[in-house]
Write a protein that binds this ligand. Structure first.
Ligand code: ATP
Length: 237
């Protein structure tokens, strides 16, 4: 991890109403690095991602972005600074493919936007072949691809993905991982909440959330050395 990570979370607490879900969560995402966030159902992964984006209020703790305190920044300011979030839905179903991508690229200058959309057309030929199709008309796998293209469209510095593999066949999961590997080379950082350990191949660091607390943070090799974690996540003895 570099001395001044792109995103640094200090002792975060958050929840819904009066119910606290996250407890003292602290970690960092270095510029250009990929963090895979593992954890069982209900561990608080989605809650953490939404808190980082400012979509849920932070109860306690501090958030730094490239060293600047963004704890009180509203979501649009975080997005303009370079954070992008793909929720489990990930697209606007009532809008055509082209409009979804245009929304993702809306903060780029016109020339950069045209170039980016051309790059995405090359990387996602299935989507490019029918720009006027409504997102709602796409299959689950195609929607996920559109969600990825949309979140990448604005050239974010940090791409935050909530369970990109949800509902996908193993074949499609492989395609998603291959696409992410390709776009990772552009230099963006990734924070990816997943239950599918196949995503560990993308990881520079692994974070494990259990019961709203960070149970582990470190490189994949160290994760593999922790026997209890290995058992829990790989089913190995
Ligand atoms: P999953 O993989 O099932 O989405 P997760 O790790 O993303 O799990 P969260 O969705 O963050 O977990 O949920 C953490 C806890 O917060 C769970 O106990 C859940 O029931 C609760 N929770 C989630 N959303 C809400 C909400 N809108 N209101 C109240 N409680 C919620």
């Amino acid at each position: 991890m570099s001395a001044s990570p792109l995103l640094l979370a200090h002792s975060l607490a958050s929840g819904y109403g009066r119910v606290q879900i996250l407890w003292e969560v602290g970690f960092g995402v270095g510029a250009g690095r990929s963090v895979i966030l593992l954890g069982p159902n209900g561990a608080g992964k989605t809650t953490l991602l939404k808190t980082l984006l400012g979509l849920l209020p932070l109860w306690q703790g501090r958030l730094l972005w490239a060293g600047e305190d963004i704890t009180h920044w509203p979501t649009p300011a975080r997005v303009r600074a370079g954070m992008a979030f793909m929720s489990e839905i990930g697209v606007f179903p009532s809008l055509p493919i082209r409009e979804n991508l245009a929304i993702g690229a809306q903060f780029l200058e016109p020339k950069a936007r045209r170039e980016r959309l051309a790059e995405l057309e090359a990387a996602f030929p299935d989507l490019a072949s029918r720009p006027h199709a409504l997102a709602a008309s796409l299959s689950g796998g195609q929607r996920k691809m559109l969600g990825l293209a949309k979140v990448l469209a604005g050239r974010p510095r940090l791409v935050v993905l909530d369970e990109p593999s949800a509902g996908l066949s193993p074949l499609l999961v492989g395609q998603v991982i291959a696409l992410l590997r390709r776009f990772r080379n552009e230099g963006a950082a990734f924070l990816i909440a997943e239950q599918n350990v196949a995503f560990l191949e993308l990881a520079d660091d692994v974070a494990v959330l259990e019961g709203g607390r960070l149970r582990f943070f470190g490189p994949p090799a160290q994760f593999g050395e922790e026997e209890a974690l290995r058992r829990a996540y790989f089913g190995l003895t």
